[in-house]
Design a protein around this ligand. Structure first.
Ligand code: AMP
Length: 253
């Protein structure tokens, strides 16, 4: 039965207001709440659903990042993944790690683990790259079905409904394949306390990119990170004449 590899990234929690470091070379991550990337929760849920329907045999959750990345692997294990692989990249190096590196790591693991399916989130909410699934498929030379809204097993492979601009597209693909989960694919379950306890005993292997033969030399240099421009406060005008006068004054009409 199929083995599913799921990518789970540890990101700053979606509810946190992100702050730029005074040095303007990145954002403040120390002492900030982190969680599993929301789209990865959807990816894990889909893998668990496939397992519950007996369409998947084993789910392997992979996270690339510093030691704390193990927290999101444990969450995936508590949601129903069977084992975890932590690809350790020290925090300083991790800041410059790009989707191309992560894709090579995931592709190598997919082959080593003889995975039939790789399910990733459509996008990580920290860098908003939306590249890893596409590049992982390219490195593996496997078909890709991105922005999945529905995944169904058929005799020939998978039938997938994708979210596209202005509608939905249905495609068929053979496996092995790489999928990326969009928002409406499912509603991820909460990890229950008993399952969180059980997850602590599930196997978690640690490797490095070097062990996998992946070169993580940065390909980019961050020049500067800035806060978005602050929105100017609005003004209340007394009547239409005042509004027109203001618009003229600002050179808008
Ligand atoms: P991105 O291309 O960075 O927007 O990320 C898309 C998806 O790739 C994420 O939702 C994850 O499933 C996966 N991914 C990206 N970075 C990592 C990482 N460091 N560890 C595990 N999975 C990752």
């Amino acid at each position: 039965m199929a083995r599913v590899l799921v990518g789970v990234k540890r990101v700053i929690d979606y509810a946190v207001k992100v702050r730029v470091k005074p040095e303007k070379n990145g954002v403040v991550t120390q002492g900030v709440k982190h969680s599993m990337n929301p789209f990865d929760e959807i990816a894990v849920e889909e893998a668990v659903k496939l397992k519950e329907k007996k369409l998947a045999g084993e789910i392997v959750a992979v996270s690339v990042g510093p030691t704390q990345s193990q927290e999101v692997i444990r969450t995936a294990l508590a949601m129903g993944a069977d084992r975890g692989i932590h690809v350790e990249v020290p925090a300083a190096e991790y800041e410059l790690l790009q989707p191309v590196h992560v894709s090579k790591i995931l592709a190598k693991l997919a082959l080593d683990e003889k995975a039939d399916l790789v399910i990733l989130g459509k996008q990580a909410i920290d860098d908003d790259a939306n590249q890893t699934a596409q590049m992982t498929a390219a490195v593996l030379d496997w078909p890709q079905a991105t922005f999945c809204n529905k995944v169904e097993k058929t005799d020939a492979g998978l039938t997938i409904v994708r979210e596209i601009d202005g509608g939905l597209e249905t495609i068929k693909t053979k496996t092995p394949a790489v999928l990326s989960a969009d928002l409406r694919l499912n509603t991820p379950r909460y990890a229950t306390l008993p399952n969180i306890m059980k997850a602590k005993k599930k196997p978690l292997k640690k490797v490095t990119p070097k062990d996998l033969g992946v070169d993580t030399t940065p390909r980019i240099e961050v020049i500067s990170v800035e806060d978005p421009p602050v929105r100017q406060a609005g003004a209340v005008v007394a009547d239409v004449d005042a509004l027109v006068a203001k618009l003229k004054e600002g050179g808008h009409i």
